[in-house]
Write a new protein. Structure first.
Length: 141
């Protein structure tokens, strides 16, 4: 529809799974940083995986697990005291898998200056309570 946003909150029952976007903003504390005062790469990956995982669950309303991280590019450091916004977008839905592109954006809290810091692609698989892969979409009844 013209003028309508492509991505939306997946909690709304009328949002198609392929249009799921999830966001979360946090502040980087000193305990999250390395000796250079910038966000640990492992902490960045964990932040991305959590938000990407939420997007994948909202896309299919089933439990999902991370099965692959396709590629991560660290473009700019994020410093202690800065805000970091994690944005995850569902970009592909397969039979049992969901692909989510995730970005980390650094923001200076006083100036509002933002810069793209990290990008990556995460693949999740829908699973049963027993941990077995299951179709993302239920068969039509």
């Amino acid at each position: 529809m013209p003028g309508k946003a492509r991505f939306g909150y997946a909690g709304c029952m009328n949002t198609p799974p392929e249009y799921v976007e999830e966001r979360r903003t946090e502040i980087v504390f000193p305990e999250d940083t390395n000796a250079y005062g910038t966000l640990f790469g492992g902490k960045a990956l964990a932040m991305m995986d959590v938000v990407g995982g939420i997007a994948s669950i909202r896309a299919c309303r089933k439990q999902t697990v991370t099965v692959s991280i396709d590629r991560i590019d660290f473009k700019q450091p994020i410093r202690a005291g800065e805000f970091v916004e994690t944005i995850a977008r569902v970009v592909k839905i397969g039979t049992t898998s969901i692909t989510v592109e995730v970005e980390l954006w650094a923001e200076h809290p006083m100036t509002g200056e933002r810069r793209l810091s990290t990008v990556g692609k995460f693949i999740y698989v829908a699973v049963t309570p027993e941990g077995k892969p299951t179709p993302v979409r239920d068969p039509e009844r």
